[in-house]
Design a protein around this ligand. Structure first.
Ligand code: AMP
Length: 428
């Protein structure tokens, strides 16, 4: 087939009608679960000042350095399409003085984020995330609770074998010293590192730890590990997180090489994977951690925060692989077929009666042939078809056809809504 003149931009995609159910299911599941834990929804603009991200996420991170879509407005503002949610939510927290509300304050959101990544399978340039943030509580119990919530969301979406990878990357007390140790070690093995890591060594040495190149992993395997160099506070915090995870019986691995791509993390970092995808793909479903410095860095009061972002497309991939089913009741169960002008007129009114009664109905008012309409009803997999012909329209009746048995019965027009409610077991 000839390529159409216009296509969606590279790495961006349409969400077609048949895919919407996955997005809806994930959003409903997330909203249901997080509301139970006291989260409130927030929406922030898709565009923010670019500096918010360079300051918040870090100038030398891949996201800011290479992947941000930026634009200059006519008024001279330098804006960026959000590459993640956290910085925008922190900005809103400060701007609206949300530190005066009772803490911890739990916020969540959904929506598209944008990263100009190299296009490859499972990596998009516009993709969707859900995001949870808990402000104003430094205790490790929050870190564990967020991991528990993620686990519950995945369980509800029918993911069975998920595993949490967890690490601590320390704070401003202990990380600088560890960084020095790491840089000294890596410098002495520089020749054995990939070109990217030789650059990272200067700009963000911790990122060398999660390089996927085999030669780098060989060097990293003997590098000093941060958990051996945590200060007392970070060490206690990490121990507590693990104790809470044990108490919740959540399966986890300690991964001393997990650092995550962004500069703003302190203490806990974690990612959640499907267990069997760990070896081949190493693509996380969700990732998050604690960032106790970020609110202050962006101009607010010293406020601890812990959060997580889930990749909606990644989760959908997993749902498709395990053929998650959607209940049939969510689609309309009644088709309305009509023949003749008077019947069409009555049908328009009847269709409105069904809408008011909240009974899903499909019609094909543009068609006149009964055969074509019944064919469409068959394809729509409805349970019942209502047929309104010339005779029925005059007698003010309608035929109910059971699509499984082919049996038909005539009912008075003014009784049909009640009758269908009864048949479909819809409560009044
Ligand atoms: P991050 O904000 O990088 O921690 O990403 C959080 C989650 O978003 C990841 O665990 C992935 O599931 C998903 N994700 C990140 N980058 C992409 C991308 N380019 N395309 C699709 N999903 C992504």
């Amino acid at each position: 087939m000839k390529k159409p003149k216009f296509q969606a931009p590279t790495g961006m995609h349409d969400i077609l009608p048949e895919e919407q159910k996955y997005f809806q299911k994930i959003y409903e599941t997330v909203s249901d679960i997080v509301s139970f834990y006291g989260f409130k929804k927030i929406d922030t603009p898709i565009l923010e000042e670019a500096e918010l991200f360079s300051k918040g996420i870090g100038l030398s991170t891949d996201i800011v350095e290479k992947q941000m879509y930026t634009l200059k407005t006519k008024g001279g503002d330098f804006l960026a399409l959000r590459p993640e949610f956290t910085a925008g939510i922190v900005r809103a927290y400060i701007e609206h003085g949300m530190f005066t509300l009772p803490q911890p304050l739990k916020l969540y959101t959904f929506g598209p984020v944008f990263r100009a990544e190299r296009p490859q399978a499972g990596r998009y340039r516009q993709f969707h995330q859900f995001d949870l943030e808990v402000f104003g509580e430094g205790s490790a119990v929050i870190d564990a609770q967020i991991i528990q919530i993620c686990y519950n969301i995945l369980q509800d979406l029918k993911f069975k074998d998920v595993i949490v990878e967890v690490n601590s990357i320390g704070d401003s007390q202990c990380r600088p010293y560890y960084k020095k140790l790491l840089v000294n070690y890596l410098k002495s093995h520089q020749a054995a590192l990939c070109t990217n890591c030789r650059r990272r060594l200067r700009e963000s040495p911790l990122r060398v730890l999660d390089c996927k190149e085999e030669k780098c992993q060989r060097v990293v395997a003997r590098a000093p590990q941060i958990i051996d160099h945590l200060c007392q506070e970070c060490n206690n915090h990490f121990k507590e997180v693990l104790e809470f995870l044990d108490a919740l019986e959540l399966p986890y691995h300690l991964n001393p090489y997990l650092v995550r791509g962004l500069d703003y993390y302190t203490k806990t970092v974690f990612e959640i994977f499907e267990e069997d995808s760990l070896e081949e793909k190493h693509i996380a479903l969700l990732g998050g951690g604690r960032f106790d410095m970020l609110v202050k860095l962006l101009g607010g009061k010293d406020t601890p925060v812990c959060g997580v972002a889930g990749g909606v497309e990644r989760i959908i991939e997993g749902m498709r692989a395990r053929a998650v089913r959607f209940p049939r009741s969510s689609s309309p169960q009644v088709f309305l077929a009509q023949i003749g002008t008077l019947a069409k007129r009555r049908s328009l009114k009847l269709f409105e009666d069904f809408r008011k009664a909240k009974i899903g109905m499909i019609e094909s008012f543009g068609r006149d042939s009964l055969k074509a309409q019944l064919g469409r009803a068959q394809k729509s997999e409805v349970k019942y078809t209502l047929i309104l012909g010339q005779k029925e329209a005059l007698e003010e009746t309608v035929i109910i056809r059971d699509m499984d048995t082919g049996r038909q019965r005539t009912v008075k027009l003014d009784k049909i809504v009640g009758e269908m409610k009864r048949k479909l077991k819809i409560k009044k």
